[in-house]
Ligand binder design. Structure first.
Ligand code: ZN
Length: 65
């Protein structure tokens, strides 16, 4: 009693580009999950496109059924 068991349920989130484990903060784009530095390397144009896709997906999700 009083002993903490290790919680191993936490999923590891990995950047799809550099494979780095993401502990604080990440970008969940329609292409996959990016760490902030990989995300920032992307051209602004592409980020905006992915961002808009994400919004469309969410809108579609809410709208559907
Ligand atoms: Zn990365």
């Amino acid at each position: 009693m009083g002993k903490n068991t290790n919680i191993k349920n936490r999923k590891t989130i990995i950047c799809i580009r550099c494979g780095k484990e993401l502990k604080d903060g990440f970008y969940n784009s329609p292409e996959g999950i990016f760490c902030p530095s990989c995300w920032e390397e992307k051209p602004q144009e592409e980020r905006e496109r992915l961002y808009n896709d994400a919004i469309k997906n969410i809108a579609g999700f809410i709208k559907g059924k």
